[in-house]
Design a protein around this ligand. Structure first.
Ligand code: SF4
Length: 362
């Protein structure tokens, strides 16, 4: 607790806010890539501490939000089959598919269990040898190593009834997709937990190719304000580079063991992102030697899966940083956390969910 208090210390936060105010000399737009940062920024009231010249916008780093409706539909197809147990992270089960959600399927009798890790799903498989246990693998470089290690362990322990319906993705190409199309962003607040695995070097292409700064930061208010201060200074001094603010967790090279497991199990593939469509090489598919655990084989191939969203839902634009939740005509009325229309209202890391909980009065 003392450790966390250090980064929530009122005097430190006041000093950082004051330092930012002193540095500001123009307008700035910074994108927080990660949904965890979006949540922390609004939860701690960071916008209220910043001068009006600084605008923070959310990016595509909420895994539930960028995962397509087709993935939910595939999971529902699997859940409807005999002797299947679906193991899912909690926030995924309320995401609307084309006709229902996993929560709806569970109410109708499907065996859908909430887990906090892939290894917990593997334990369920070991305890239920007569069932197929399908883990819904979503998330970025933070959760992909856990799925990779679990698949290696399932081979080692010869647990043959463990499968992964896989939609893991990687961050850099999504950031590249935002910049390629032209953008008003002056710098990125980069996800500390992704970089703890990959190392900060995955963001090096951003200053090199686009002359924009990146600061890898943590999730406490002092971390985020410090990152904003560093980004403002980078812009003012035309010294765009990748800086690590989150030194207590991140290095340039990252976690070599986690990266080794990822390389053993996954290979890059094109992936579909809500708001972007297909982004080349932004997904992770199972390598040949692990495809025996691929749950895609249980999805009926005859039915084409749709990415179509509610026509009024602006999730896609919000995930690209082009809109904010109140721009959506459904926000706070037809779409609320208890009755989400789009994925951004479901996850605690989703922009719409976060704005609803912390900024509805604005
Ligand atoms: Fe989509 Fe709901 Fe957000 Fe509107 S408020 S963009 S419908 S999730």
């Amino acid at each position: 607790m003392k450790y966390i208090d250090e980064y929530r210390d009122g005097r430190l936060i006041g000093k950082l806010a004051e330092a930012i105010r002193r540095e500001v000399c123009r307008n700035y737009v910074f994108m927080e890539v990660c949904g965890g940062h979006t949540n922390a920024i609004h939860r701690f009231g960071i916008p209220s501490l910043l001068p009006k010249e600084i605008k923070l916008i959310s990016g595509p780093g909420c895994p539930v939000c960028v995962t397509g409706k087709d993935f939910i539909d595939k999971a529902l197809d699997c859940a409807g089959q005999q002797d299947v147990i679906i193991a899912s992270f909690g926030d995924l089960i309320r995401v609307p598919g084309s006709h229902s959600s996993l929560e709806g399927a569970r109410r109708e009798g499907a065996d859908i269990r909430i887990v906090i890790s892939a290894s917990e799903a593997l334990e369920i498989a070991a305890l239920n040898p007569g069932k197929k246990v399908i883990f819904l693998g979503i998330g970025f470089e933070t959760t992909a190593p856990g799925t990779a290690v679990t698949l290696v362990n399932s081979e080692k322990e010869r647990i043959t009834n463990f499968f992964v319906l896989n939609a893991h993705k990687t961050m850099p190409n999504a950031m590249d997709a935002i910049l390629k199309d032209g953008s008003s962003i002056d710098g990125f607040i980069c996800p500390g937990h992704v970089a703890a695995i990959t190392g900060s070097e995955i963001f090096d292409f951003i200053p090199e190719r686009y002359n924009l700064g990146c600061v890898v930061t943590g999730f406490e208010p002092a971390d985020i304000l410090h990152a904003v201060l560093l980004l403002v200074k980078q812009v003012n001094n035309a010294g765009q580079k990748v800086e690590i603010q989150y030194r207590r967790a991140v290095t340039k090279k990252g976690n070599t063991l986690a990266k080794k497991y990822m390389a053993q199990v996954f290979e890059p593939c094109d992936a579909w992102w809500r708001g972007f469509g297909i982004i080349p090489d932004s997904g992770l598919r199972l390598k040949e030697e692990f495809r025996i655990h691929d749950a895609e084989r249980f999805v009926p191939q005859s039915e084409s899966k749709s990415h179509t969203e509610d026509k009024y839902c602006l999730c896609g634009e919000i995930l690209r940083g082009n809109k904010v939740p109140p721009d959506c005509s459904l926000f706070g009325r037809d779409c609320i956390p208890d009755h989400p229309v789009g994925a951004c209202m479901v996850s605690m890391e989703g922009s719409c969910n976060t704005w609803f909980r912390y900024r509805l009065d604005e």
